[in-house]
Structure formats: C-alpha cells, structure tokens
Design a binder for this molecule. Structure first.
Ligand code: NA7
Length: 544
C-alpha cells in the first residue's frame, strides 16, 4: 500500500539539479537545454498540460500579434522547417498544438509534473540548495530554482460591487473554459478594453444578441490584416532563416519590423509623414510604432501618431459619439500596450454592439441580472471580465520565496521589483527569473527574449560546472546600478506617463515602477553577453 502511494506521487524525485516552475514556452525550452547539459531537471506546472499563457488564454479570438514564423522557437532548424503555420497571426489553438508538438518531439512530458503548483521555495544556506514544496505535498531539493512563471499568468481578479449577486455565468478572458462558451442569442457584458477584449469582442458579437462593452480607458489598436500565411513569405523567411533569426535577436523588440526608422516624424513633411503612417497601417501589426524614431520619446512626434490613429477610428466608426469615446485622450500613443485587432472598431457599427464609457457614467454595482451605471441598468445573461493580469510580478508574489536569512521576495520587492538584468535578485542565490522584471520581456517578442535568457543561463550553468562553482548571486551594487539604469532609460521615454500594467497601475496598491527594460532586445543581449564574457561581472560565484 505504502509502495503504491509512493509510486502514485513519484513524478517528482527528492533531489534534482534544477527545478523549473512552469511548462510554458520558457520552461519547456529550459528543460530541453538542461537535459542537453546532462543536468537533472523537473518542471512543476499548475495546469494539466503544457503551454502556459497559451494553455490558459482560450478566449474567442485569442491570437498572437507577432507574425507566426517570428513567434516560434528558433533553436531547432528541423522543428522550424517541419512546422507549417496556417495564418499570418496564429490563433491560440494552433499555437497550443505547436507547443504540444514541441513537447512530444523533444519528449519533454516525462519530466513535467502537471497539476502541481509550487507553494514555497526556501533557500537552505548550509546546503546551498532550494527546498521547494508543492501543493501536492511533495518536497524537492534543487541546486537551482528557475522561475519560468510567465509575465501575464496571474489574472487580475474581478472585485466589483455586487458581483456575487449576479445569477448568470461569468468568465475571465485569462481563464476561459476549455470547452468554449456558446453565446448564441445571449446578452453579454464585456468589462475591459485591453488586448483580450479587443480580440474577443468581434468574435463574441458574432454570436451574441446584444453586446455591452464597458470601457474605462480606450486603447489604440492597429489592424492585423490577418489571413492565410502567404507561401511566398514563408519560403522567403526560410530561405533567409539564419539571417532573419539574427536580425530578430539584435532588433529593438525581437521582430523584424521593430527597428524604428531613423527619420524623425517632427522633421518630416505632412504629406510624407501621412504616407509613411498609411503604409505602416496597411502593413498591419506593430510596425506603425516604429514608423519614426521619435514616436516614443518626443511628445510632439507622438501626438502626430496619435492624431493619425484617431483619424482612423473616426473614419471606421460611423457614430461620431461612439468614435469619440473610442479615441484615447489622456496618454501617448503606444505607451499602453498597442493592440492588434481584426474588426474591433468596425464591430461598433453593428446595431447590437453598445459602448458604455465608465468614465462618463461609472459602474455603480453588479446586480442579479446585469450591471448598473449612472446611465442606467443593463440586463445581461453573461459577464466577461477582460480585466487583465497582475503582470510581471504576480506569479512570483504568489509563491512564498525566501532567500538568504529568510528574506522573502515579496518583502525584497515591496517597493517594486529589483533585479540584476531581470535574471537574478540579490539575496536569492541560484534563483533565476526567465523574462523577469528588469529584462525586455513584455516589450519584446517573448520567444526571442525567452530563448536569449535560457541560452544565457545554459552557458552560465556550463561555466559553473566547468569551474566547480555551486552558487551564484548578484551583488547588491550591481543590482542597484541595473535598477537605476532600467529606470533612467524608461524615464527618457513617454512610457511612464501612462497608467499601464507595465507600471503595475492596473492593480490597486501595486508600487508604481516601470518593470520591463526598454533599452532594446539587441542592446540588452549585448550587455548580457558582455557580463558573461567578463567572468559574470556583477555576480558573486563560489563553490558549495
Ligand atoms: P489589459 O491590457 O490589462 O486590459 C484590461 C482592461 O480591463 C483595460 O481596458 C482596463 O482598463 C480594464 N479594467 C481593469 N480593471 C477594471 C475595472 N476595475 N473596471 C473597469 N475596467 C477595468 O489586459 P488584457 O488581458 O486585455 O491584455 C493583457 C496583455 O495580454 C496584452 O497587453 C497582451 O500582451 C496580451 P484600464 O486601461 O486599466 O483603465
């Protein structure tokens, strides 16, 4: 009996070299690399399968807004040549199929414990190891603890007055039911107008009899111009694969069109500037943000992009009052994450789609049958909360992580996250944060940044093995200098002026700190490489 019970819980050994938290894109690749180094590694994953963000975010219309071939692993040429994307911007089910294919192809599942959440991770100074406990009652000792927990993995929990009274079903876009939801003939409220709402509202409107969109802050969105992937584009990509991958790695945001053109909007004539914006708008996706070099730093240049986008909204949306409500007014273009849509503004031309501006008519309460604002009552059958995530620090703050002398990560980050390179935190030896705060992460093509971190970390662990080192930790000085650098670069841009989730502004009480590194993916990579080639400058390394 006892033996059977042991077997039932034998997914996790008592000791591993590395324990990885999360089986999303980063955890999966990390496991693959660690195995190649000959290290023992296990992943603990709270979900029932691989995929991370793409496992949880199944709301209608969910899709990537980087072109599919650019949003894929680059580490295996065979993988890249074998996998065929069907659309320019792959939808969530296709991305999840791809990640399942990767898991099978590289035989990853045998080292993943699913339905297993990490509750706490404590550093044992005497042993120089992490003691990590799961919600399944298992305890693992690991030399390295690698948080591959994702930047947008903890939903912002709805906390609206009266919400418990509502009699119908409610859904959060970040935790969509796996079996899908049929809204046919239903009256649906959507709260929020971020990327998830902007992607899902046109899809929900195809089924629902009435859609009520409750908007607190309008967002800028550019058209995706999605469609079947052009075989010529795919062939050209593959023919220049190595060069393209290198360009991505050294680019501003990890995709080819992310490098801003050298030209300044403020020094370009009206006609030419309009033409450049039109070309980028026609191209679709984020490329409009890189139309000119000064858009994210000069308020005058930014106002030109904002005016162009506002004109587009007014052109598309027929009711001038609705159009005006959809035009952002109080933050610079692109400083809240730009959205990429398929038919978002157009959907407001449909008679059954209604926009409610919560700034003009605030939400008072949710009732048994709907929502009440100062404008009146809206009777609905279902409510969709598209209210986002506790971004970048949410997943780590949910785990009881304690470093040297029992220092808790939540305490260490009480005034906002502090790290060296977004990879490690002073006082927390051998704890690594893949795409952690202080790294380009959410300001980049996540896969490019994930691969860079995993590759860098793999090189580090190879170095540590070669020199028989067992413990690494950033110095307090290097961390403090990095935090200053991250803040200084951010302050040279317009980004910190917006109330965005980049700053934690969407979560009440969260310290207002610009969390991602805005210096660019290529520049950041060079910095990380220089740190490594200079003997891991800024880190303390020692034997066990
Ligand atoms: P976002 O971008 O954080 O959007 C959440 C939306 O929900 C946004 O419009 C918020 O308005 C709104 N919101 C949040 N809380 C409330 C309350 N209490 N009342 C009314 N409205 C609220 O999350 P998404 O899931 O759309 O996108 C996250 C990222 O996922 C996206 O950027 C991509 O990277 C993929 P606010 O702007 O805060 O006024």
């Amino acid at each position: 009996m006892a033996a059977d019970q042991d077997q039932a819980s034998s997914a996790l050994p008592h000791e591993v070299d590395a324990l990885i938290i999360g089986a999303g894109i980063s955890g999966m690749y990390m496991l693959h690399r660690l195995r190649a180094l000959g290290l023992t590694a296990k992943i603990c994953e709270a979900g029932a399968d691989v995929g991370g963000t793409w496992y949880w975010n199944r709301y209608p219309g969910a899709r990537v807004d980087i072109e599919s071939q650019e949003y894929s692993y680059s580490f295996s040429e065979e993988l890249e040549r074998d996998w065929k994307w069907s659309e320019r911007y792959a939808a969530q089910p296709e991305i999840l199929r791809y990640l399942n294919h990767v898991a099978d192809r590289f035989d990853l599942r045998r080292d993943i414990a699913f339905n297993t959440r990490i509750n706490c991770a404590h550093f044992d100074e005497a042993a120089s190891r992490w003691t990590i406990a799961t919600d399944t009652g298992e305890v693992v000792s690991a030399r390295y603890c690698i948080a591959a927990t994702g930047c947008l993995s903890v939903p912002n929990e709805p906390n609206f007055p009266g919400q418990a009274r509502f009699q119908g079903p409610t859904y959060h876009t970040g935790r969509w039911p796996h079996e899908g939801v049929d809204f046919t003939g239903k009256r649906v409220a959507v709260i929020g107008t971020g990327s998830s709402a902007i992607q899902s509202i046109p899809q929900i409107a195809r089924q629902a009899s009435q859609v009520y969109v409750f908007q607190r802050t309008p967002n800028y969105s550019v058209p995706a111009h999605n469609g079947p992937i052009d075989p010529a584009v795919e062939q050209t990509w593959l023919a220049n694969r190595e060069e393209n991958r290198q360009l991505q790695r050294m680019s501003t945001a990890g995709f080819l069109f992310s490098n801003p053109r050298a030209q300044l909007a403020t020094q370009t004539g009206d006609n030419e500037r309009r033409q450049v914006f039109e070309e980028r708008w026609a191209q679709g996706g984020f490329s409009v943000q890189a139309a000119f070099a000064d858009l994210s730093i000069d308020p005058a240049a930014n106002a030109m992009a904002a005016a162009f986008a506002a004109d587009k909204i007014r052109e598309i949306v027929k009711d001038p009052d609705v159009a005006e409500k959809l035009v952002p007014k109080d933050y610079p273009f692109g400083t809240k994450r730009l959205c990429v849509d398929t038919g978002y503004y157009e959907v407001f031309n449909k008679p059954h789609v209604h926009l409610i501006d919560l700034r003009q008519t605030p939400l008072q309460t949710i009732t048994e049958t709907g929502l009440e604002t100062t404008q009146g009552a809206f009777e609905v059958d279902a409510i969709v909360f598209a209210i986002g995530f506790d971004a970048m620090t949410g997943a780590l703050s949910k785990i009881d992580i304690r470093g040297r002398a029992g220092l808790s990560l939540s305490e260490a980050w009480a005034e906002g996250p502090k790290s060296y390179l977004g990879l490690m935190v002073s006082g927390f030896p051998n704890l690594f944060t893949i795409t952690g705060p202080g790294s380009p992460s959410v300001l980049s093509n996540m896969i490019v940044s994930i691969e860079q971190h995993v590759d860098w970390l793999s090189d580090l662990l190879t170095y540590m093995t070669a020199y028989q080192l067992a413990v690494i930790e950033p110095t307090a000085e290097s961390q403090s200098a990095w935090v200053d650098h991250v803040n200084e670069i951010a302050s040279q841009t317009l980004y910190p002026t917006a109330n965005s989730w980049y700053l934690g502004a969407n979560i009440p009480g969260k310290p207002r700190v610009f969390m991602p590194y805005i210096g660019g993916v290529g520049a950041y990579r060079q910095l990380c490489t220089a740190v490594a080639t200079n003997g891991y400058m800024g880190f303390k390394l020692r034997a066990a």
